[in-house]
Design a protein around this ligand. Sequence first.
Ligand SMILES: Nc1ncnc2c1ncn2[C@@H]1O[C@H](COP(=O)(O)OP(=O)(O)O)[C@@H](O)[C@H]1O
Ligand SMILES: [Mg+2]
Length: 358
Amino acid sequence: MTDSAFLDIRRATKSFGSAMVLDGVDLAVTPGEFVSLLGPSGCGKTTLLRIVAGLMAADTGRIVLDGEDISARPPHRRDVGVVFQNYALFPHLSVAENVAFGLKARGAPKDQIAPTVRRFLDLAQMAGFAERSVKALSGGQQQRVAVARALAVQPKLLLLDEPFSALDRKLREAMQIDLKRLLRELGTTAIFVTHDQDEALMMSDRVAVMNRGQIEQLDTPDAIYKRPATPFALEFVGLSTRIAGTALEASGPGEVAIATDFGRIRGQGRFTPGSPVLIGVRPERMAFGAQPDQNTIKARLTDIVFQGSRVQAHFAAPPGEPIQIESVGALPAGLAAGAETPISWPVADTLVYPRLKS
Ligand SMILES: Nc1ncnc2c1ncn2[C@@H]1O[C@H](COP(=O)(O)OP(=O)(O)O)[C@@H](O)[C@H]1O
Ligand SMILES: [Mg+2]
């Protein structure tokens, strides 16, 4: 929709039978940007990616790339590279031949093919593997080749569909950092599909949080975490304590008082008095002890979970969901499971959403 959009997906819809899988998706990506589609399995991420790649047609909507409507073009005329989870390399070709494939198909000048292959294998840190059979490579190495192959033709847009999800954690983290650096060096615009919030938060310039065929929030990782736009975004990304309540009167500019089972809590936003709301608080915003001018409640400690650099404290909160506090360093001395203790957090960190009455 914006003038600066390099990729502009407008009102994309897709149904399979009676199931609406994409429900009017708008997404504008700026040049060189790395945007993740983050959402649970089945929310429509792969379908959206396939529509952008031209591997599937949308029912309605338009795809504009670099000023051109590519909606009706076949995949090979879209200037879009794709990397899938299952490496999809040509097994009978060598590493170098795999990377050369797209260049040859596009009729690149013969004398440029070998240097381009070398350059992209080098960038993908696979320079020493050019003559190997791809069958002899590990999963991580195959994905490096798949990335090199997709980038060698220098597409306008690179699409990646859970490319690292089959790799173990250490390797995945190394690949994430390398890919991010590589795309930045090349200035390539990319859309990266993942159901892994850590991956999305760490790699992306912006994250599109998807739920049931819609983008619920498109924002920077920092904003997604600190200011989730919807209860789904709050719950899907990161930990949170959630407390149901009913809006009372405004308690200050942009602030609302809320009646809860823990007593009166103040939060951010404007709500009609009497309307049901959901309060959300990130665990690292909560602290032990009462604080004047903050929200303070009493709860009973049930578990302490050590996580290396951090400690998590869990509190029973009948009749609601458990409350979690995450703190760096030790918990207050003498605090043991079973103890009732005050917990406080700033009003500014109290997120409030409309709640659907169940
Ligand atoms: N070709 C297809 N035919 C019928 N249903 C499909 C097809 N492709 C995907 N779906 C359905 O569409 C929904 C979204 O799928 P998908 O886009 O693959 O989700 P995600 O990638 O987010 O896990 C799922 O319910 C899936 O079963
Ligand atoms: Mg998928």
